[in-house]
Each structure stands twice: as structure tokens, then as C-alpha cells.
Design a protein around this ligand. Structure first.
Ligand code: FAD
Length: 565
């Protein structure tokens, strides 16, 4: 059982403090109880009590300070960060968000060479402060080149900053806001820290109507000393992108947490509800929806954990994480939407009720694909890896399960963000060839058909400039990488063959759906469209296997967890 169950928490940690952080966090929310959790969500109450708990227990200090800047229990450990993100979102996305934007705010700080600011950040973590990442601006969205915040040098030394930032989480409270700007004199990139409590920092409003504070703020003649500068030029640009590389991984984990809690709630409701003398879980379409939701959720978790292994193994010579990380960001979060859609079709009206976790989940799950780079932006990034992944593999040392107590320092030394198309990967084929299951075998045929399409009828020069066409190609490629990560992790977590086969029943249908999308693109050639049809497969049906999995894995979760009232 790899799904989080806070009331039966059995995850293994290399040290006692990590376990303590998770158990105390669970305990905080279970003591709060569901009624209060929901009231605070409805009232959009500031999560001061949670931040008090974080401060008292030094939770963010332990989790967010790299080993060399913190106390003995501090390290940047992607393995435990994953679970922490999962637990926070399991109880509410807003609690996750205040941590997540602290992670982002700390990115440019830990990547900086300004030791004094790093020491200050470490102390502020000990003091229970939160952090913010001031990158986005209202008018520019993903177009960072157009950033209009300016930092102007002053005659007598130092600088003054002027400009506005928008959608900045924790910008109402953080004492260190990593703020991205351009130098007014030479347009060079720069990151500096501003303080939300400074009189020249004007907090305009909360841009959203939920518990999270996603600020709009302006700096007016804001004084910045040389010592407040984190990075300049290419380093500043790289640290903006590299910070997003670290942070966006956590969005997949938020989706996993949201879907897991929703699953417990939905299966328990559906199984206990009797209509026309039958349990709702007996309707054939409900069985299919719940099985698909379960298979997708297990797959999300297997992918998230395997990608974490590669994040932790990352080095200058092994940049495979740069593909697996946006896969978690884009694919796990959109799979999360599918899981919630399936569950909502099962529980119907119950999903609207004010006392359910699900009511929040249905709203919040939508955010994760859209933040820190939209689905489109991430697919456009992922497509850059396609050629080397499919056709130009390299040898790498085997990466095992990385649940050790290592400090993932490399994430703050990622260096240049260019050259993605040159990154190589280990050969995916042996991973698939090692498995002989009916639906995995069908999937291999689908991969072969896609390879043939790429080799023999690949995108023309014009099609390569057509983002709509490329996104459709990218969707197919992503399912292949996603499937590879599942197969790599299934033996590590002892996932039974029947469940792997069932997951590939879902993936095969998804792959057929993606092929049909590409088939329908108006810019696809007749040859390409024809080849897309050769990618479509019908899953191998095994009723006995389905029935057993449904009883032993899906129905078994009915009543397995309920939050304290
Ligand atoms: C709740 C919330 C919290 C946030 N927190 C923070 C925060 O703490 N700090 C921070 O700095 N920002 C934050 N953001 C901003 C967030 O990261 C941006 O919303 C996101 O980067 C996308 O920008 P946008 O939504 O304005 O979309 P736009 O960039 O305006 O995109 C519009 C459309 O164009 C497409 N598009 C854009 N670029 C490309 C491309 N290159 N190729 C193809 N299609 C493209 C997009 O997919 C989208 O469909 C937050 C936003 C929200 C809503």
C-alpha cells in the first residue's frame, strides 16, 4: 500500500526527526479536525495558527535549510520534501502553498553567492518566518523577458527599486521577498531581497479569493543596498529558471495529496450508499471509474517517487531530472484532474457539500497544472528532449531508490539553463523489455508505431514551428516517459503485476486518445494521420484480474481513512 494514510503512517525514514516532522504535522491537522479546516477555508481565514505551529516545531527550518547552513537536523532532502508536500495538500492546498512559495523564495537565496543573505535566511527559518518569490508581473505572464521592475543605481552607492509584482504568494508577510528585476542602466537581470514590512513596499491586495495570500505589491523608491543583491546577469536569469525547476516538482505532490484524501472520501461514500438495493460501487460504470481513478493515482505516486530519485541523483553529468521534473509538474497534475473528474462522477452531488474535503479538492486541483508554467509551456519544454530520448541514448549508472538522508545540494548549483536538447537519457527499451504483461506488450507496440512516425514521417520545418501540432506530438511522448518511470518504480515498491497491467490498460487507452488527437490536427499530413491510427490499441481484457483488483485494492480503501471530525 503506497498511498498516504495519516492514521496508519508507516513510511520508513533514515532519521527520527524526519518522522517527527511528518507525524507532528499530521497531528496538527487531525487535532484541528475537519469542521474547523472547512470553516477556515470558507472564511478564508489567515493560517496564523499553522505558522505558529511551524515556528514552534521548527518545521520549515528542518525541511528548507541546506545542511551547511542549518542545525544538525536540517537538510534539503527531496525524498522527505515530497511527502511533506503530500501531507500538507492532503489537508489543504493553502497550507501547502505557504510552504511552496517559501521554497520558491528560498531558491534564489540558496543559489546566490551572497553568504550574508543565506545566513539571514537560515536564521529567519529558525525564527519561523515565511518567504516569497517575486517573479511574476501582471502584464507579462510567462514572458519573463518583459519584466518591468527596475533597479536603478544611485550616485552615492546602493540602488532604488521601482515597479510592481503580481501573484506573489506570502508577499503580505515575508521578510525576504526574492525580487526579480532589470537594472535600469543596462537592462541586466538582477535578483534582490525586499522586505514586505518596509514602508516603501506597498501591499496592494490579495489577488485571489481564497485562504492563500497571493499578493500584488509595488516598490516605490525602495532602497536596496549592495548587500541585498542576490545575483546579477546570467546568474540571476538562471536562478529564476532553476528555482522553478526545484519548486514546480512539488506541484505534482500536491496533486497526489489532494487525490489521495479525495479517494478515501469518495470510495467510503460510494460504498456505503445503497441505491435500488445495490451499493453504488457495484454499478459497472462506477467500477470502471473507480478502477481508473485508483490506477491513475498509483501511477502518479510511482512517477513522483521515481522522478524524486533522479532529482536526488542529479549532477553536472546527469541532467535527466530536467525531463522527469516537468513530467511530474505537467502530467501528474493533469492526471490529478482526471482522478478528481472520475471521483466526482461517482459521488455526484456529495462533491458539492460544504462539509466535504472533496469540495475544496474539486476547486484546488485545477490550480496545479496552471501554476509555475502552464501545461503548454511545460510540453513545449519537454519536446526538446524527444529526439535524444528516443534515438540517442547513453550509458548511466543505475539510480536506485533514494530515501537516504543526503542533502540535495546540486539543486542549488544547477548552473546554465541552456542546452536542453543535448541532454541524453538511458535507453528506455530495456525497461519495457524486462516486463512481459499483456497491456505492457500492447503499449510497446504503440511506442514502436510512434517511433516509426517520428523517424519516417516526423514534423516538417513548418510543423516544428506550429506549437499546436508540437503539443500533440509532445502529449504522446510524455505518456511514454511516464510509463517508463512507472515500470522502473513498480519493482522497487513491490507493485503486483496485475496492478501494473491495469495501469497500462489506462495508459494504453490514453495513448490511443493522444494518437487520435494528433490524427485530427489540421496540419497533420495524410501519411502522419494514417500512422497515428496504427498507434491505437484496444486493451487486453481480463475480467478475473479486474474483479480481484477491484475488491482487494479499491473497495478495500472504503473506510480506511476519515479525518477527525
Ligand atoms: C494562485 C497563484 C499563485 C501564484 N504564485 C506565484 C508566486 O508566488 N510567484 C510568482 O512569481 N508567480 C506566481 N504565480 C504566477 C504563475 O506562475 C503564472 O500564472 C504562470 O506562470 C502563467 O502565467 P499566466 O497565468 O499569466 O499565463 P500567460 O503567461 O499569460 O499565458 C497565457 C497563455 O499563453 C500560453 N503560453 C505562454 N507562453 C507560452 C509559450 N512559450 N509557448 C506556448 N504557449 C505559451 C499559456 O499556456 C497560456 O495558455 C501565481 C499565480 C497564481 C494564479
Amino acid at each position: 500500500m503506497i498511498l498516504l494514510n495519516p492514521k496508519n503512517h508507516t513510511r520508513v525514514y533514515p532519521d527520527e526527526r524526519s518522522r517527527e516532522v511528518m507525524l507532528k504535522t499530521i497531528d496538527f491537522f487531525e487535532r484541528m479536525g475537519k469542521r474547523r479546516l472547512k470553516d477556515d477555508d470558507h472564511e478564508r481565514a489567515w493560517y496564523g495558527e499553522f505558522l505558529e505551529f511551524v515556528k514552534k516545531e521548527r518545521i520549515f527550518a528542518t525541511m528548507c535549510t541546506p545542511a551547511r547552513y542549518g542545525a544538525e537536523d536540517c537538510r534539503w532532502d527531496t525524498y522527505r520534501n515530497c511527502e511533506f508536500a503530500e501531507i500538507l495538500a492532503f489537508y489543504g492546498l493553502h497550507y501547502w502553498y505557504t510552504w511552496q512559495v517559501s521554497v520558491l523564495g528560498l531558491g534564489p537565496i540558496w543559489m546566490s553567492e551572497n553568504e550574508a543573505l543565506k545566513e539571514r535566511a537560515a536564521q529567519q527559518l529558525e525564527d519561523g518566518e515565511i518567504f516569497a518569490f517575486g517573479l511574476s508581473e501582471q502584464a507579462h505572464g510567462a514572458d519573463l523577458y518583459s519584466s518591468s521592475m527596475r533597479l536603478a543605481p544611485l550616485d552615492d552607492g546602493g540602488f532604488k527599486a521601482d515597479g510592481a509584482k503580481y501573484y506573489i504568494g506570502n508577499g503580505n508577510n515575508a521578510r525576504m521577498v526574492s525580487t526579480f528585476a532589470k537594472m535600469a542602466d543596462n537592462d541586466e537581470w538582477v535578483f534582490f531581497v525586499s522586505d514586505s514590512q518596509h514602508p516603501n513596499y506597498e501591499l496592494k491586495k490579495n489577488t485571489v479569493n481564497v485562504q492563500s495570500y497571493v499578493s500584488s505589491f509595488e516598490l516605490h523608491d525602495y532602497p536596496v543596498a549592495e548587500g541585498d543583491i542576490l545575483s546579477r546577469g546570467q546568474d540571476a536569469w538562471d536562478s529564476a529558471l532553476n528555482t522553478v525547476n526545484v519548486g514546480k516538482f512539488n506541484l505534482g505532490w500536491a496533486s497526489i495529496g489532494i487525490c489521495t484524501h479525495s479517494f478515501y472520501e469518495a470510495i467510503t461514500h460510494a460504498h456505503e450508499r445503497v441505491l435500488y438495493g445495490k451499493r453504488v460501487t457495484e454499478f459497472p460504470q462506477v467500477r470502471q471509474l473507480l478502477m481508473d481513478a485508483y490506477a491513475r493515482l498509483i501511477a502518479m505516486k510511482l512517477v513522483g517517487m521515481r522522478a524524486a530519485d533522479y532529482m536526488r541523483a542529479a549532477s553536472e553529468d546527469d541532467r535527466r531530472y530536467l525531463l522527469f521534473n516537468p513530467i511530474v509538474k505537467m502530467k501528474v497534475t493533469t492526471q490529478g484532474e482526471d482522478v478528481i473528474n472520475h471521483l466526482w462522477d461517482v459521488i455526484a452531488a456529495r462533491g458539492f457539500e460544504e462539509d466535504t474535503y472533496f469540495e475544496m479538492a474539486a476547486r484546488d486541483i485545477r490550480a496545479l497544472p496552471k501554476l509555475e508554467g502552464t501545461v503548454h509551456v511545460n510540453i513545449a519544454l519537454i519536446v526538446k528532449f524527444l529526439a535524444n530520448y528516443l534515438f540517442n541514448p547513453a550509458e548511466f549508472p543505475e539510480v536506485g531508490r533514494r530515501d537516504d538522508d543526503g542533502d540535495d545540494e546540486f539543486l542549488f548549483q544547477q548552473g546554465a539553463t541552456r542546452g536542453l536538447g543535448g541532454i541524453q537519457f538511458h535507453d528506455y527499451r530495456p525497461v519495457f523489455d524486462a516486463v512481459d504483461l499483456p497491456n505492457v506488450n500492447l503499449f510497446k507496440e504503440q511506442i514502436d508505431a510512434f517511433r516509426a512516425l517520428c523517424l519516417e514521417a516526423g514534423p516538417s520545418r513548418d510543423q516544428s514551428k506550429d506549437v499546436d501540432f508540437l503539443l500533440a506530438v509532445g502529449e504522446i511522448f510524455i505518456v511514454i516517459v511516464y510509463a517508463q518511470l512507472i515500470l522502473e518504480n513498480a519493482p522497487i515498491y513491490d507493485i503486483p503485476d496485475a496492478l501494473v497491467d491495469q495501469i497500462f490498460d489506462v495508459l494504453g487507452r490514453d495513448m490511443s486518445g493522444c494518437a487520435l488527437q494528433l490524427h485530427g490536427k489540421r496540419t497533420a499530413t495524410a501519411d502522419q494521420a494514417e500512422r497515428c491510427l496504427t498507434m491505437i490499441r484496444r486493451p487486453e481484457v481480463n475480467e478475473e484480474q479486474f474483479d480481484a483488483l477491484y475488491e482487494e485494492h479499491v473497495i478495500a480503501l472504503s473506510g480506511a481513512y476519515a479525518m477527525n471530525p
